[in-house]
Design a protein. Structure first.
Length: 618
């Protein structure tokens, strides 16, 4: 009952919803030990938080025969119970698992949600790692018996590493439970202890300021492959997802209100708490309500709670898994993290799977937390942990794996549906040029000499919409719409053979918006806001927007050419279909321009208007 009011929305923000098969008949369920663990000295205020955790120790794992360990926590709005299948499944592989409820969620404690920062969440996770390493200074109490608990069933590496209370331990989890792994790894490395041996972050963010406030025209180097999606300027506020987070945080706080009977908990609540979040969260929401965009301070706050701000301290072998069906944390975020880790020599692999925040159910055989050895991703995770945590088996070769839905449709075989390459990116780049225009839209041509002069125009109409791509977290089925006058489209001729796009297209355009050019110096609210997207247009004119992904941009200077990186996708454009690139003035899932912004795009001599596609041969 304690989560009855949030269970539906929480399912959309956790790694839950996986396909779960019945466990083997001979497998005995591990009975977890319910613990309360005290984390101390968190953040600049030295906060103390009570952590609700379950310790799963497999049969046969003892102080004399210790096993490797894993640490896991929930997605946003969840609890320790969300990792139960995972703990049971990996327990059958001999792993001791400590599953805990993240700071600020429903656990009878009023510590606020601190967005997976290093100072609170990362330090708390580091203390839990020490607990798994047998550190008696980390106070843990068995809720059933009241006894103090000290772990002695986990393999210790102290003699080899010369670090006290160093367990053989990895971390795994998704979304909010993915970012905490980066925070924990960074805290351990900055302290010079590096107790964390391997991490597997799934469907999580690189830069939370990009996730909730994206500007796809401001990437360093023009692409996430530079290792960053962090724009120097504020972006376009993703208000639907942001409101969901705020509601879930508030509900978590309401369910913990009985803790107000404890004076220490009241002090935690009063210390910079806002709707059960750290106070800067409310500052950001108030700014967007007043001005239409997040200010520099809010962008800095969100970025500070992101691996983008401390990636240099992440040296732990990392298997990144990101979802193709995800309008919250898109594939570009995984590319940025992967590229930055690879550039600094951190062992890293990247997997793009079928599921994500916009479609949480993995396909049969793709990921089964309860029986990891029977699923494609489960075996990858096991191999990663077996080598880096347990010390068995060869080092996994660095890979970039990606799921192809058209192969799955043809074969029904999840193994064949995944393609593998040594690294990202893959394939070659193909450039198309925008040509012509008018009421029926323009075309995309390969030969620049065939570009036809033309003039195309569109405008924003409302701060919210009216163009529609999705209702974030609720609906991915409604028809994509661009009312007349609110968007321009350029399309290829009907394709004669399949066109497989794997990665992020890039759109380079010169736009004309005299009214905006005259006011853009006044600040972000006066700058041009546009929304770029790629359509798959069928022979009958039906529009498919792959996974409802779009690229908002707040353009700093409309008088110069701009490159917008479009969403990374894995998509086959079939023969007879057209690929179309679209620029729109608004989108219902975002907070757009306050006033109408008329824009024109001219094609012809002297104008570089082009689309670059990352193409893989069928």
């Amino acid at each position: 009952m304690r989560r009855a009011t949030t269970v539906l929305l929480t399912a959309l923000l956790t790694v839950g919803g996986t396909v779960v098969l019945a466990p083997p008949a001979a497998a005995a369920e591990i009975v977890p030990r319910d613990l309360t663990i005290t984390a101390t000295g968190l953040g600049p205020e030295g906060r103390t938080c009570q952590i609700d955790a379950d310790l799963y120790v497999p049969d046969g794992v003892t102080a004399r025969r210790p096993g490797p360990a894993l640490l896991a926590t929930n997605g946003f709005g969840g609890t320790k119970d969300d990792q139960a299948d995972f703990a049971q499944g990996f327990g059958e592989q001999g792993y001791v698992t400590l599953s805990y409820t993240g700071l600020g969620f429903v656990d009878g404690d009023l510590c606020p949600i601190t967005l997976d920062d290093r100072e609170h969440d990362g330090v708390a996770a580091s203390q839990l790692i020490r607990f798994l390493g047998g550190d008696p200074s980390v106070v843990a109490v068995d809720d059933a018996t009241g006894e103090r608990v000290v772990v002695d069933q986990v393999i210790r590496q102290d003699r080899r590493t010369r670090v006290a209370h160093d367990p053989a331990v990895g971390m795994v989890g998704g979304s909010y439970g993915g970012q905490i792994q980066f925070a924990a790894a960074a805290v351990e490395h900055a302290a010079g202890t590096d107790r964390l041996d391997a991490i597997v972050p799934m469907i999580t963010w690189n830069d939370l300021s990009y996730s909730l406030n994206p500007d796809n025209s401001g990437f360093p180097g023009g692409t996430a492959r530079s290792g960053s999606v962090s724009s120097p300027d504020t972006g376009v506020f993703k208000y639907q997802w942001s409101l969901l987070f705020t509601a879930l945080g508030l509900v978590s706080g309401l369910q913990d209100l009985p803790a107000l009977g404890d004076p220490a908990q009241v002090r935690n609540l009063a210390s910079g708490n806002c709707l059960h979040f750290d106070a800067p969260v409310c500052t950001a929401l108030a700014e967007v309500a007043a001005t239409g965009y997040a200010g520099a301070g809010s962008v800095d706050f969100l970025r500070s709670n992101s691996v983008a701000s401390y990636v240099d301290d992440v040296r732990t072998p990392t298997l990144i898994a990101q979802g193709q069906a995800d309008t919250l944390f898109n594939l570009q975020e995984s590319v940025a993290t992967y590229s930055a880790l690879k550039a600094q020599g951190t062992p890293v692999s990247l997997v793009w799977h079928s599921w994500g925040h916009s479609g949480l159910d993995p396909l049969p055989g793709e990921l089964d937390e309860r029986n990891p050895g029977t699923s494609y991703q489960g075996r990858q995770v096991l191999a990663w942990f077996d080598h880096y945590v347990r010390g068995r088996g060869p080092a996994p070769e660095p890979v970039f794996d990606y799921y192809r839905d058209w192969v799955m449709a043809e074969t029904g075989d999840i193994e064949q549906a995944y393609a593998s390459a040594p690294s990202y990116p893959v394939g070659t780049e193909r450039t198309l040029h925008l040509s012509g225009g008018g009421l029926l839209g323009g075309s995309l041509v390969e030969d620049p000499s065939r570009v036809v002069p033309g003039l195309n125009g569109f405008s924003s109409v409302l701060p919210f919409g009216p163009n529609y791509t999705e209702t974030a977290f609720l609906d991915q089925t409604g028809p994509v719409t661009d009312p007349p006058g609110t968007a321009i489209r350029f399309s290829t001729p009907p394709l004669t053979q399949p066109l497989d796009v794997v990665g992020s297209p890039r759109l380079t355009v010169q736009l004309d918006a005299p009214a905006v050019a005259a006011t853009q110096h006044l600040g972000p609210g006066a700058r041009l806001t546009v929304f770029a997207k790629v359509y798959d247009v069928g022979p009958d004119g039906a529009v498919e927007l792959p996974h409802r992904l779009i690229s908002p941009a707040r353009i700093t200077d409309v008088t110069t050419p701009v490159t917008i990186e479009l969403p990374a996708i894995v998509h086959r454009f079939a023969p007879g279909h057209r690929l179309a690139v679209v620029l729109a003035g608004g989108d219902l899932a975002y907070r757009g321009a306050t006033l109408p912004q008329p824009v024109t795009l001219q094609t012809g001599p002297g104008r570089v208007q082009q689309l670059t596609l990352p193409v893989v041969s069928p």
